[in-house]
Design a protein around this ligand. Structure first.
Ligand code: ADP
Length: 595
């Protein structure tokens, strides 16, 4: 029905999709249905008031002025004032109630989407980049805010006004209604064209705003490199171009609106002129009264204004529908890694067994792991080594069920991790990432991420368990020191210590560690090493190792290469074998000597 030029599927809803979206909106809006009904009733009253005005004018003219009956005139004027008052009160109420319904809906929707995002597993975040998700929560919800704040009201009121006005016109005089309707086809054709053009213009503006923003962002984030290579002029040229395109698209969109509004305005005047001309003749013939003609010209705006409003609103409704559709897709995404019905708690201790797993990241072409089998006994330390991109981190993640394998299984104490309760899984197996990520708040708050119910004593205990009590005591407020956003006030080593203390607080049977590749300063390095050693003691450990010292401390070493286990054994065995590991160990040793 409409042109598709430059419009992506994402921005368009098919009829079926639109129906589903509307159905779901009503379901989600169920809790505030009462407010909705009140709002709707208010809209009805205001609309009726808007139509009553011209009728009272008609009465005043026909009975009061032409009929020379002052009482009728006074009554008409009196009621007119009363109606205006009622319209004022209900006009305010309809706005308040509709706004409340809309904002409540957005609140519920925002929470539902956020809750859903928090539940999702890693796989979801591989598919959906953080920036896109933030856009869903902000831009997409924002595009609905416009609709909710005033659009919905206008939409309802305009629709109702058109229908009521038409009925009223037809009952007043069918002859004049035909005259008024003569202008309608032009009006409707113009509206359809405007809606098409302005929608295209709107989408172009949106694209250009996006392009301009990325040009801006790129220019700022890469400024160091740009200046280092003296490429400022080139970047400015790029930005100038996208800026000019944005300007042009805005200009175009304004041009699209101006001709339309001018045409509608003209159409209105033209129709009024016709009504007065033909109406005058009909009055002369005695077919209609003078009051009817005046009421007609007044009512014409009740017919023309809403058509114009509806076509303007069309885009708002369209983009809100598309935004909702995208949000519902997120709401429908089932977490890949989720608790199965009938899940059981993992035993307190057991062997971790990887049995014949294949794993491919969603959207990736190659397998990240292929036919991998390996087991780690209770209290055993396994080091994973190998070239970058071989699959070490992937294997470690699967061993903690951050992902599920497509083929094969990972089990602990004889229970498939897929059949374990999420709470027992996260208690038994803890992953310590390479970078200790910190949230806003104190160090204590940051440890409580691991276990929200932990007491101060337990937190002190966890810090003591990794031997970092003295270190944190040197901070101005000790464990109550604020770490600023993303932990910029703590050193890299201190962040690592917090990450390790978090793990100590959970006190898991199995630790999965991704060793940091970058070196810390020697002082903190020793402290982190010491903390690690204490944390690892007595636990089953799987470590993605980048240092010879870590590997040498492991009971077993698995060399991962090309998504498979290439070698497996103890340090001594693998050195004796003279394969990949021994080559790697020699290389590490050399680099340590040269360091
Ligand atoms: P390693 O830890 O040995 O350096 P990884 O396990 O990180 O290797 O990666 C193994 C392979 O999987 C690589 O080819 C990598 O590009 C790919 N990969 C890793 N993470 C993802 C991801 N989130 N999405 C898609 N591919 C990934």
């Amino acid at each position: 029905m409409w042109s598709q030029g430059g419009v992506t599927d994402e921005d368009r809803l098919s009829r079926a999709q639109a129906r589903t979206v509307i159905g779901r909106v009503f379901k989600m809006a169920a809790p505030f249905r009462k407010t909705m009904y009140v709002a709707f009733a208010c809209v009805c009253v205001t609309t009726l008031c808007a139509l009553a005005g011209p009728l009272l004018v008609r009465r005043g003219i026909d009975l009061g002025i032409r009929g020379k009956d002052p009482t009728s005139l006074n009554i008409s004027v009196g009621i007119y004032l009363l109606v205006a008052l009622v319209a004022y009160v209900f006009g305010r109420a309809q706005f308040l109630y509709l706004n409340r319904t809309g904002e409540s809906f957005l609140r519920v929707l925002r929470l539902a989407v956020f809750r859903q995002m928090q539940r999702q597993s890693m796989e979801f975040y591989d598919r959906n980049k953080a920036g896109v998700l933030v856009a869903r929560m902000t831009a997409d919800i924002e595009s609905m805010a416009e609709l909710v704040q005033w659009g919905l009201l206008q939409f309802l009121a305009a629709g109702m006004l058109i229908v009521f006005a038409l009925v009223l016109l037809a009952t007043l005089s069918w002859q004049l209604t035909i005259v008024a309707l003569l202008v309608m086809p032009i009006l409707i054709a113009a509206s359809v064209k405007f809606q098409r053009d302005s929608n295209k213009a709107y989408l172009t503006v949106r694209d250009r705003v996006g392009a301009n923003l990325s040009a801006l962002q790129e220019g700022i984030t890469t400024v160091r490199v740009i200046q280092a290579y003296a490429q400022e002029e080139e970047t400015i040229r790029k930005f100038t171009k996208s800026n000019r395109e944005l300007f042009k698209s805005h200009e175009h969109s304004v041009r699209v609106s101006t001709w339309y509004f001018a045409l509608i305005e003209f159409g209105g005047v033209f129709a009024s002129a016709l009504i007065i001309g033909i109406g005058g003749w009909l009055v002369h013939r005695g077919d209609v009264t003078l009051g009817t003609v005046v009421a007609f010209t007044l009512l014409l705006s009740s017919l023309f204004d809403p058509v114009q409003q509806l076509s303007q609103l069309y885009n708002t409704v369209q983009s809100a529908g598309a935004a909702l559709n995208k949000l519902f897709q997120i709401l429908d995404a089932k977490p890949e890694v989720d608790e199965h019905p009938g899940a059981v708690a993992l035993p307190t201790s057991g062997e971790l067994v990887v049995d014949g797993i294949d794993f491919t990241y969603s959207g990736a072409e190659n397998r990240a792991l292929q036919s991998v089998s390996i087991s780690v006994g209770v209290g055993e330390k396994l080091a994973l080594v190998g070239p970058t991109g071989a699959g070490k981190s992937t294997l470690a993640k699967l061993m903690a069920r951050l992902y599920d394998p497509q083929v094969g299984s990972v089990s602990y104490g004889g229970i498939d991790l897929k059949m374990a309760t999420m709470s027992s899984l996260r208690e038994r197996i803890v992953v310590v990432p390479q970078e200790g990520f910190l949230f806003n708040g104190t160090i204590r708050d940051n440890l409580r991420i691991a276990r929200s119910s932990a007491t101060d004593e337990e937190i002190d205990g966890a810090i003591a368990a990794i031997g970092a009590t003295e270190h944190f005591a040197t901070l101005p407020d000790g464990l109550d020191s604020e770490v600023r956003e993303r932990g910029s006030r703590l050193s890299a080593g201190e962040r690592q210590l917090v990450a390790l203390a978090r793990a100590a607080l959970v006190d898991p049977a199995v630790l999965v560690l991704d060793e940091a590749t970058s070196n810390l300063d020697p002082g903190t390095e020793a402290e982190v090493e010491h903390a690690l050693e204490r944390l690892m003691a007595g636990r089953t450990v799987i470590v993605v190792a980048h240092r010879l010292s870590t590997v040498q401390r492991a009971d077993h070493i698995a060399v991962i290469a090309d998504a498979q286990v290439a070698e497996y054994g103890t340090h001594a065995e693998l050195i004796a074998k003279g394969g990949r590991y021994s080559a790697l160990a020699t290389a590490w040793q050399k680099s340590q000597v040269t360091n």
